[in-house]
Each structure stands twice: as C-alpha cells, then as structure tokens.
Design a binder for this molecule. Structure first.
Ligand SMILES: C[S@@+](CC[C@H](N)C(=O)[O-])C[C@H]1O[C@@H](n2cnc3c(N)ncnc32)[C@H](O)[C@@H]1O
Length: 248
C-alpha cells in the first residue's frame, strides 16, 4: 500500500523551492562526507528527492530509492525540472541488498523516515539492510524531528509552514507509544481556498537511546548524535532535531 498516494503531490510544500537546501545542512554534509571520505551515497527513503540535488552538487555519485511509487513519481518530475539524471528505484529499505549489488560509502535515511516501521523487529531488519550495503567504515546518516524534548513536552500543534498563500500545521494525537501526525494544509490565496488533511501514523517512538541500542544490536560502531546541522551535540532536553551518524 502506498501511504503517500494522497500526499505526494503536496509534500514539497514543506519547503520553498525544490533543489534549494539551507546553508547549514549543505555545510554539514559537505564537512561530514569530506571527513569520512564519502564519494557515493544512497538516499534510501528519498521521497520526492529533496536532498538528491544537494548530494549531486557536492560532487557525489548519487542514488535514490523509496518504497512509495507516488513519492518516486514526484521525485522524477522534480529532478527532470533541474535536468538531473539520478537513478531512482522503488525499494523497501528493509530489502536493499536484494536490489543493490554494489556497496556505498554512505546511506542516508532522512526526515523521520525510519519511524514508519511498525515495530522494533522491522527497525532491526531495516538497519541490518542499510548496514549490509555499506562498505567497511561507511556511514549511515539519519535525521528526525521527533526528539526526546518533543516526546516529553508533547505539543499538540506545531506550525511548519506559514506563507501568505499557504499554511501547514501538524496536529498531533499522542498515544502511549506512538502518535498520529495530522498534516493540516490550508490554501488561502485568491485562486485557491481549500483545506486538506493527511495523517502519518508512527506506531512507536524511536528516540536517542532506542536508536543507540538498536544500532549497536545491528553491529554499527561509533555512533554520534547531533542536535543541529551545525554539529551541536544532541541534548535530550533542548534539541529540536536528532541527527544520527553510525559507522559500519
Ligand atoms: C517524511 S518522508 C521523507 C522523505 C525525504 N527523505 C525528505 O526528507 O523529504 C518519509 C519517506 O520514507 C519513505 N518510506 C517509508 N517506509 C519506507 C520503507 N520501508 N522503505 C523505503 N522508504 C520508506 C516514505 O515512502 C517517504 O517517502
């Protein structure tokens, strides 16, 4: 089932322009990848392709995969507009070795994509699959907006976009272990006045300590956690983003 079918066409409204990435994110990946000798990268939950142009601009060999055909169709359109030919494949990130015979210097799984797994057994399958297609000492980079701070404060409303013509608000229904992220879109221009809702269901929360445990169980070594794209150390009580870098 393609969970993103009704959302893929609107997904990119999260940001201003496809292909543009903020300077901190670009600097983070440039610096990290240079230090770790990364020349090839697979974005294994690439969605509409948001980060692929950035990796391409860093001079890397870039590949994208995702399980959602509708997100990949949008990625194809987005990349075509920039005249970028980046190979895309429809692959579940739990089954990467079956689709990629080669190894990568880095695998990335960004923007809370790992939290879509139904339970820890499936997370372990996913991490094992990502590790298997990394070369020795290759790195896995993950990011998520659900942090220890957010999970302890449990804000119900998080505004994410507020433009003259469009607003996007997360309305979050928390459960014991998981949460429903209702993405509420409001179009309010002269041409379009419309209201749409799409829901992402997270079965359970994966926070810093869970990730550390699961990554170690999978055999990853040297796990680093950052709380911003400026390499600030991750702080459970203040960080609004959780970035993980794990070495094979
Ligand atoms: C929130 S989006 C993030 C997309 C992109 N990384 C970004 O930053 O815009 C989550 C993505 O994870 C993908 N995804 C979820 N489960 C997956 C799986 N089992 N295998 C591969 N991709 C998956 C979804 O299809 C979706 O495109």
């Amino acid at each position: 089932m393609d969970n993103y079918r009704d959302f893929a066409g609107r997904y990119d409204l999260f940001y201003d322009e496809f292909g543009e990435r903020d300077p901190d994110t670009v600097k983070f990946f440039r610096s990290l990848f240079e230090r770790k000798g990364v020349r090839s990268v697979l974005d294994c939950a690439c969605g509409t392709g948001r980060d692929l142009p950035m990796f391409n601009a860093l001079g890397l060999e870039v590949f994208g995969s995702d399980v959602s055909p509708s997100m990949l169709a949008q990625a194809e359109k987005n990349l075509a507009q920039l005249d970028l030919a980046i190979p895309l494949k429809c692959v579940d990130y739990r089954e990467l070795p079956q689709s990629y015979q080669r190894r990568f210097d880095a695998v990335v799984c960004l923007s809370t994509s790992l939290l879509e797994m139904p339970d820890e057994t499936e997370v372990l399958k996913a991490l094992k699959s990502m590790r298997e297609i990394l070369r020795e000492r290759g790195i896995l980079v993950m990011s998520q907006g659900t942090t220890d701070k957010q999970w302890s404060e449990k804000p119900r409303f998080i505004p994410v976009v507020n433009r003259p013509d469009f607003s996007r608000l997360f309305v979050i229904d928390y459960e014991d272990r998981g949460a429903d992220y209702n993405v509420v879109d409001m179009f309010h221009s002269g041409e379009r006045s419309e209201f749409k809702v799409w829901t992402a269901h997270y079965h359970f929360m994966l926070l810093r300590d869970d990730l550390e445990r699961l990554l170690k169980d999978t055999g990853f070594a040297t796990i680093e956690f950052y709380g911003s794209y400026r390499f600030a150390p991750y702080d459970k009580s203040t960080s609004d983003i959780l970035i993980t870098v794990a070495h094979r």
